[in-house]
Design a protein around this ligand. Structure first.
Ligand code: ZN
Length: 268
């Protein structure tokens, strides 16, 4: 028997009125446990929308403190938060939006040694990180643990995202077998990024997460969404699992996690 307080019914009324979500879907959202890795450009909108949506438990992992140059796109952090740990700033905003949400903070770098226990407690992971080494680590950890996740990356006016359902859909490594050589792809700090592009992409990642939780619609699984906001052209590219994939293929060579060298590719 699902029960909601009058306050919950009012807070979530625009979800509950949706035929595809309804009271059951909102109950699923309330039960959900989502981990957002990176409280930056992508993690900010994802965290705001998931908290507003009433996701029961939201983990947020980030080792950094808020810098002035973050505020152009990392909208969960305010000017008064400069020099505060990002996880504290993000947790405070999420709790203010929705006191029903339980927020867990991980003020640490995500590495091979700690990512396994970290993701174990969650139903869905959002990759909001800013470097290829961590993106590949998240992919491999989620595949090995069977955890669905959303990949996302942004640079300049462009974004890309895909949703990975381990053993059911193509993984990040099926499409991009290994990180690009250091220096091949410029960082956001080198090449820049339009702030609102982060908002679009992080919001798509939150949407995919809510679709997964409520079993609504068709996920971006076996599908890479790319967009160029200068032309406002959005494309989806059909993908399929790669039998030669080093982590989810027929004869995987990656059976345990290792820290790749942090090679400078900042997609935040
Ligand atoms: Zn794969």
């Amino acid at each position: 028997m699902i029960s909601f307080t009058d306050e919950e019914l009012e807070r979530y009324s625009r979800h509950i009125i949706l035929k595809d979500i309804g009271i059951e879907g909102q109950a699923r959202i309330r039960e959900a446990r989502v981990l957002i890795i990176g409280a930056g450009g992508l993690g900010s909108p994802a965290a705001l929308y998931l908290a507003a949506a009433g996701a029961g438990t939201i983990g947020i992992a980030d080792a950094d403190c808020v810098e002035l140059s973050n505020l152009q796109r990392q909208v969960i952090h305010f000017t008064k938060d400069v020099n505060r740990p990002k996880v504290e700033s993000a947790a405070e905003k999420m709790r203010e939006i929705n006191p029903d949400v339980t927020v867990k903070m991980y003020h640490e770098f995500v590495r091979a040694a700690n990512i396994g226990p970290m993701i174990a407690d969650y139903d869905f992971i959002i990759d909001g990180t800013d470097n290829f080494a961590t993106k590949f680590l998240i992919n491999d950890a989620c595949i090995l643990a069977g955890k669905p996740f959303s990949h996302g990356g942004i640079l300049r006016f462009n974004g890309q995202t895909m949703t990975i359902l381990p053993s059911r859909s193509a993984c990040y490594r099926c499409v991009f077998p290994s990180p690009p050589p250091p220096g091949r792809v410029p960082t956001c700090s080198q090449a820049g990024v339009l702030g609102a592009v982060a908002g679009i992409l992080g919001t798509i990642q939150a949407t995919e997460c809510l679709k997964f939780i409520t079993k609504t619609g068709t996920l971006l699984a076996d599908s890479l969404l790319t967009f160029d906001t200068k032309s406002m052209v959005f494309r989806t590219i059909a993908l399929r699992r790669n039998g030669k994939c080093a982590v989810c293929g027929d004869n995987p060579s990656i059976r345990e996690l290792v820290d790749e060298e942090q090679a400078g590719c900042d997609l935040k």
